[in-house]
Design a protein around this ligand. Structure first.
Ligand SMILES: Nc1ncnc2c1ncn2[C@@H]1O[C@H](COP(=O)(O)OP(=O)(O)OP(=O)(O)O)[C@@H](O)[C@H]1O
Ligand SMILES: [Mg+2]
Length: 262
């Protein structure tokens, strides 16, 4: 996202086949003998919001961490802007335009809001201007620039973490459970911010427990289970699919409710 909130098209040409990020049959795990991802293939087009849902332990965070280079894939490939990034280090992936907000512990608690944001900048001569832009995007942070991030509320900390990731001026953002642990009012605020960020030109790949809500605002979604992508489709189609609802959304499809919420 550029300062004006528009993606820099000249520097970042659209991909020929329309996919900005994709994984091909990704296999990864933490311990030598145990694969957590058993062949995951997802694709994300430029400008989309794509949500990954699935039961606890399905491998959602593992997938995001593997894409961001925190875990090396054992098999398969990860392509960002048609460049293979499998095995690259996170700081190199950030430089290519892909940023990540972890599920938990995602701020430097003793540093101020402003210092947290500074840590995310890749261009020293633009840091000030970028911080000002983040404070416009997240007015709450603007009011609390000097406050230690660890003393902010859960929702505010989530905003600090998202703003820090955006300081790198990413083309795409990986968000692991942005609404985790938040009170309903903050869940609304965070989802609105995710939509604002997307409208400003940033492609979003997010994992969410709040599956109905997240799918309703997504262009497409994936259901991950036992380390495999089981279902794929437009967010609202997944919500309306009785099998997906039964197995992964806790009951029968309630598209009407999701639509009024979304
Ligand atoms: N650092 C680790 N070392 C060993 N195993 C791990 C590690 N992190 C996660 N796992 C295991 O990998 C599996 C998938 O975990 P992961 O965190 O990807 O699930 P998830 O889908 O994000 O779940 P949740 O919805 O609870 O966040 C789990 O069985 C988990 O215990
Ligand atoms: Mg997780």
């Amino acid at each position: 996202m550029s300062e004006a909130g528009q993606p820099n098209e000249a520097a970042r040409p659209a991909q020929a086949n329309g996919s900005l990020l994709r994984t091909e049959e990704l296999v990864a795990g933490y311990l030598p003998e145990a694969d957590i991802l058993n062949g995951v293939s997802i694709r994300v087009a430029e400008g989309e919001i794509v949500t990954i849902v699935g039961p606890n332990g399905a491998g959602k965070s593992t997938l995001i961490k593997t894409i961001f280079g925190l875990l090396h894939p054992r098999q398969g490939r990860i392509l960002f802007r048609e460049e293979e990034i499998s095995g690259r280090k996170p700081h190199m992936i950030t430089r290519l335009g892909l940023s990540y907000v972890p599920q938990l512990d995602n701020v430097f608690p003793t540093l101020s809001v402003e210092e947290n944001l500074e840590m995310g900048s890749l261009e020293r001569d633009r840091t000030r201007e970028q911080i000002d832009y983040m404070c416009e995007l997240f007015p709450r942070l603007g009011e609390r620039r000097g406050q230690a991030a660890g003393t902010m509320s859960g929702g505010e900390r989530q905003m600090v973490a998202m703003a820090r990731a955006l300081m790198a001026d990413p083309q795409a953002l990986l968000l692991d459970e942005p609404s985790a642990g938040l009170a309903p009012a903050f869940v609304d605020a965070i989802f609105e911010k995710v939509e604002d960020i997307n409208r400003a030109g940033v492609t979003i790949v997010m994992v969410e427990q709040n599956a109905r809500r997240a799918l309703a605002m997504s262009d497409r979604g994936y259901v991950l289970d036992l380390g495999r992508d089981r279902f794929e489709g437009p967010g609202r189609e997944l919500l309306a699919d009785p099998k997906v609802a039964e197995l992964y959304l806790g009951g029968t499809a309630r598209i009407d409710q999701a639509q009024t919420q979304g």
